[in-house]
Design a protein around this ligand. Structure first.
Ligand SMILES: [Fe+2]
Length: 267
């Protein structure tokens, strides 16, 4: 959403809402999705794979948003919203609160194949939209938008950690054997999809109080992942947890020490 490097510009829809992309950009989509199809089984969580099946994403071309909307509307009542590469936090929260998922309609360049700080259409569609067909994940996104809209700037910084360690970089499972990925930041990164379950990172049991106090960097591969017991727990967090109370407690207690790898300036 907000990054330091703004090198991408979204392609705009015509009057019918159709977006035209150059052939080379469809080729990048094809390469990304083909790559992911090979690594997702056994790594992505079941709910994501079911959503992916429902979406029937094209493999040879970048999908049109209207085709994604048909599936989202029929499953959870969500839809996408075409946005420029960067939008304000206020607009971002407003869209989520209204069950609209912002999608910047540009695709990464080949040099950013494994990860880009500015989320592209592959990240939003292939990374997040499959789980937006799942009620718990969809509700959690909506609650996050509603809370973010009302939050102060400082509260939003803490809320962002909850988003980061769930929707973007969340894992799910109750043991090392059944640990799977649901975070769209991982599932849209060919390299991180392999790395995330490889045993090298640190796996912590999901706990909102800890998540809110854990520093992260958007320009590093993640050294720590929080593992939720079940996707349905997102529904409980959204509906039964006083998230803002947790935010205030985290603000009082302050952040944990950053993981050593986040302090090292060399990649
Ligand atoms: Fe994302």
């Amino acid at each position: 959403m907000n990054g330091d490097k703004h090198i991408y510009t979204a392609r705009l829809p015509d009057e019918q809402g159709f977006i035209t992309y150059p052939v080379e950009e469809h080729a990048i989509w094809q390469e990304l999705i083909t790559n992911q199809q090979a690594v997702l089984p056994g790594r992505a969580c079941t709910e994501y794979l079911q959503g992916l099946e429902a979406l029937q994403l094209p493999t040879t071309k970048i999908p049109q948003l209207a085709d994604i909307d048909q599936v989202l509307l029929a499953t959870t009542g969500w839809r996408t919203a075409q946005v420029p590469a960067l939008i304000s936090f206020g607009r971002f929260f407003e869209l989520l609160a209204n069950r609209s998922f912002p999608v910047a309609t540009f695709i990464r360049r080949r040099e950013d194949f494994d990860y880009i700080q500015e989320p592209d259409i592959f990240h939003e569609i292939a990374g997040h939209c499959p789980l937006l067909t799942h009620p718990a994940f969809a509700t959690f996104n909506q609650t996050y938008g509603e809370l973010g809209l009302k939050a102060t700037k400082e509260e939003r910084v803490f809320l962002a950690r909850l988003y980061w360690f769930t929707i973007e970089f969340g894992l799910v499972g109750t043991s090392a054997e059944n640990r799977r990925i649901y975070g769209g930041g991982i599932l849209s990164s060919p390299a991180e999809t392999i790395y995330a379950l490889g045993g090298e990172p640190e796996y912590r049991e999901f706990n909102i109080a800890d998540v809110l106090r854990t520093p992260y960097r958007i320009d590093r591969i993640q050294p720590i992942y929080y593992v939720l017991d079940h996707i349905d727990s997102l529904f409980k967090i959204a509906k039964e947890t006083d998230i803002m109370k947790e935010v205030h407690t985290a603000m009082e207690k302050g952040l944990f020490e950053p993981h050593p790898s986040l302090l090292n300036e060399k990649q």
